[in-house]
Design a protein. Structure first.
Length: 264
């Protein structure tokens, strides 16, 4: 059974869903830019065998509100902490991909006592100047043409051609999530991404960390993620073969094997 909650933090109203048996340890999942909590649907059967799972839509996404921006990672981390506080969760495993993975790193750095372990998938520790320019370009495109202006380019980067050809239902679901994202929320989150500066601090994380890279991910390249893992003491690093950026939707079986093993 899914329990739905609405949790406020500052000006944001966050849509939250809770699944899994009572009494199990908690896990919270944080979505990528331009998706919503349903991006984790293919992981839920694996997760609820081991954890009581909280999913929430990042501010500006899904059924959460989109307060005026710009946003910062301090704000996004604060949203996750507000969800934990509202549910009286003191310590949690965290699962995040891309924007959600960066938020997971933020809570580990800023609120380490709240974190039991974390999975940071297909994310960055910082963006080079070319990456910051890219976010400016995408924000400008959305400002001019709404989310429809970036949907096709985004889908081409998120998934391999084979997925487009052989699993159109995955592409259709991703398209709906992108078009369902608030344009203002998207633009406000790009402001947070441009300020990202976690790489130099990853040595301060003292909790178990699993980094997951996609072999063919241009947004969070294997080399960049390996550098993050090398900077994080005792972390584990895995690469999903044949995956582009949204690896949990593109290669769910491989993804679920890694998650199940790590959460044991």
């Amino acid at each position: 059974m899914t329990h739905t909650r609405t949790i406020r933090h500052g000006e944001a109203v966050l849509h939250v869903e809770i699944e899994g048996p009572e009494g199990l340890p908690w896990l919270i999942a944080s979505n990528s830019l331009a998706t919503d909590l349903s991006m984790w649907d293919d992981q839920m059967a694996t997760l609820v065998q081991r954890r009581r799972v909280v999913r929430y839509d990042t501010r500006g996404h899904g059924r959460s509100s989109a307060p005026d921006g710009p946003y910062s990672f301090e704000m996004l981390v604060g949203d996750m902490v507000a969800v934990l506080d509202a549910l009286d969760i003191q310590e949690v495993d965290i699962l995040g991909l891309s924007l959600g993975g960066m938020t997971a790193l933020g809570i580990a750095l800023q609120h380490p006592t709240r974190v039991r372990s974390l999975v940071c998938a297909q994310a960055r520790g910082m963006f080079p100047p070319a990456g910051i320019e890219m976010w400016d370009q995408r924000a400008a495109a959305v400002r001019d043409g709404g989310m429809a202006a970036v949907v096709d380019d985004t889908l081409s980067r998120w998934f391999m051609p084979e997925t487009h050809e052989n699993r159109p239902q995955v592409i259709d679901k991703a398209r709906r999530m992108i078009l369902g994202t608030s344009a203002g929320g998207y633009i406000s989150c790009t402001a947070a991404l441009k300020q990202l500066d976690y790489l130099r601090r990853l040595g301060n994380i003292a909790k178990p960390v699993l980094y997951i890279a996609g072999e063919l991910d241009g947004g969070a390249p294997v080399a960049a993620m390996r550098e993050m893992a090398d900077a994080t003491p005792g972390s584990r690093f895995e690469v999903i073969s044949g995956a582009a950026h949204i690896g949990n939707m593109e290669k769910p079986s491989a993804y679920n094997r890694l998650l199940g093993d790590f959460l044991q």
